[in-house]
Write a protein of this length. Structure first.
Length: 230
């Protein structure tokens, strides 16, 4: 089961994510509900999580969920959230490729999609942290003779490539945050802290940046239409 999990997480998920780069925008043209995409993504992550669970049992490894909550750990979590939001804001303003990523097609557009987005975001935050910061890290940690840094880096790189749907620049942007989430787990001793931090960050992206990203996308689409008719 461990081998099956590794094949899925190291090859299948990154490959499918990369292949979907050029297909997400077709949702807009075909008017495919985003809720369907959210549920499909959740289904795939669910399969990966089940494989991760059995790999964890097969390797007789243990993941601790309850963190030690104190000023240091809570401050680290809040600090990471603020830093991630700040960097996302800077990137949105300065990186033209950020506005051209598939993120603008994935973001919810109405209340119903918002509900699906928040629900799947919470569940996927748990699944991703369990898979990448939990199981995959432990397997890499063993492979690299209990070297925390190599295990954390390898897991973060795989985590980044699992988000290839959002574009190559996003992969490079996400890898350092994979390392930061791993540090939160190490610091607090429990997976719940990076899970909550992950969820709050994603929710903030939706609340603070979604409208701006979508506004920019509509403005560009309108400009393209005007160019085509002129």
């Amino acid at each position: 089961m461990t081998l099956l999990f590794l094949i899925a997480v190291l090859f299948v998920i990154p490959f499918l994510s990369y292949k979907s780069q050029g297909q997400i925008h077709l949702m807009e043209e075909l008017d495919i509900p985003r809720a369907k995409l959210y549920l499909q993504s959740l289904f795939m992550q669910g399969i990966l999580t089940v494989l991760a669970y059995f790999a964890l049992r097969s390797a007789k490894l243990e993941i601790k969920f309850i963190p030690a909550l104190n000023i240091k750990t809570i401050g680290a979590g809040l600090g990471l959230i603020v830093l991630a939001w700040a960097l996302s804001s800077i990137r949105m303003k300065t990186d033209a490729s950020f506005k051209d990523t598939n993120l603008k097609y994935i973001l919810p557009r109405n209340g119903k999609e918002q509900g699906y987005w928040l629900g799947t975001t919470f569940i996927s935050s748990f699944m991703e942290e369990f898979v990448y910061r939990g199981v995959l890290f432990l397997l890499f940690y063993q492979t690299f003779d209990n070297n925390w840094w190599l295990g954390a880096l390898a897991s973060a790189v795989v985590f980044g490539f699992s988000h290839a749907t959002q574009g190559t620049a996003s992969v490079l942007f996400i890898i350092p945050f994979g390392l930061a989430f791993q540090f939160l787990y190490q610091l607090s001793g429990g997976l719940l802290l990076p899970i909550v931090t992950h969820f709050v960050y994603n929710t903030g992206v939706n609340i603070f940046f979604a409208k701006q990203i979508l506004k920019e996308a509509k403005r560009e689409d309108k400009g393209d239409d005007n160019s085509a008719t002129s």
